[in-house]
Write a protein that binds this ligand. Structure first.
Ligand SMILES: [Zn+2]
Ligand SMILES: [Zn+2]
Length: 325
């Protein structure tokens, strides 16, 4: 099959790979759309032996199987279904399995992949192919993080919120917050086009690095270390600093006076439990027009080299690679 290889030093090649081997308990999924993600940047720089791509939507192609022909997105944490975390519904933090599809085994930048059955999340017919991958990182990760801290937030309507980073997760967070009733959401991002999009979706624009105002909730989605430091400083007393972004560099916390002298919550959130899927579909349905605005390019696999570079340069929000299904 045709697949994308990340060869290291930002080199991307279209290669031929063997057809996926489907193990017992797995099905073959033919890729329809895989969304590009900023977190793939590290594989783009370092290279990867496997086929990357972790925001995957496709069609089950397993004749005779009960799910043959089903439209599904891929839930990337492989999970056992039996440990304490899985039994509590926390499938994203399984204690026995740590494999992530697209990270530790082949993902969606190819024509097809093998997927463990528990990692298939069905997509209803009224959700377009071009919106389906948003059910994962853009909607799932952002909405789960906000649901996690919801009990710590008293009055959302009057709360001051800052989102650092207007990428897909930050913008997904904005849409989810407005859905939850927030009315005062500011966003900071160094790229003017992203700020313009955020403003048109209902955010106020906050200067990058500005520290004089205080916020009851800070959603840090950029992974930028300075933004994390800023968040610790500008989160109001009794407020929540919600840490979602990712960064492989060590993060040194500077215990400045505005960080030390207050009560506040620092909450880390990762991906989402499978049980959120129905609520995420409902969220997508309520704000379909907003989510559609995040998908700014759909392209063929052969264009991946140029499209990935454009994406990493910040020229796109959520481009999708077209598979062959
Ligand atoms: Zn992602
Ligand atoms: Zn488990």
């Amino acid at each position: 099959m045709r697949a994308i290889q990340f060869s290291g030093d930002q080199r991307i090649e279209l290669v031929h790979r063997p057809w996926p081997v489907v193990a017992p308990g797995e099905v073959l999924l033919r890729v329809r759309r895989t969304a590009l993600c900023g977190s793939d940047g590290k594989l783009w720089r370092k290279g990867a032996a496997h086929t990357p791509g972790h925001e995957i939507f496709g069609l089950v192609d397993q004749p005779g199987h009960a799910r043959h022909g089903q439209r599904c997105v891929v839930y990337i944490p492989v999970h056992c279904g039996q440990c304490a975390q899985c039994l509590a519904g926390q499938t994203h933090t399984c204690e026995r399995e740590s494999t992530l599809i697209g990270w530790n085994r082949d993902g969606g930048y190819g024509e097809a992949l093998a997927v463990p059955e528990p990692c298939l999340l069905p997509v209803p017919e009224d959700i377009d192919d071009d919106l389906a991958p948003l059910l994962l990182d853009t909607i799932g990760t952002a909405a789960h993080a906000l649901r996690l801290v919801r009990p710590l937030l008293r009055n959302l309507a009057s709360m001051r919120v800052l989102i650092t980073g207007a990428g897909p997760v930050g913008l997904g967070g904005l849409i989810a917050l407005l859905d939850m009733g927030a009315t005062n959401v500011s966003m900071a991002d160094p790229r003017p086009q992203r700020c313009a999009l955020a403003a048109s979706l209902g955010a106020r624009i906050h200067p990058v690095g500005e520290r004089s105002q205080r916020f009851d909730l800070v959603l840090e989605s950029s992974g930028n270390l300075a933004a994390r430091d800023q968040g610790l400083e500008v989160v109001a007393a009794q407020g929540v600093m919600l840490w979602v972004g990712e960064n492989d560099e060590p993060w040194t916390v500077h215990e400045t006076k505005p960080v030390r002298r207050k009560d506040f919550f620092l909450v880390r959130s990762f991906y989402f439990p499978k049980s959120d899927h129905e609520a995420n579909i409902a969220l997508l349905r309520r704000h379909r027009a907003s989510y559609e605005r995040l998908v700014d390019r759909v392209f063929d696999m052969a264009e991946m080299g140029t499209e990935f570079a454009r994406f990493m340069a910040g020229e796109r929000i959520k481009p999708l690679m077209r598979g062959t299904a």
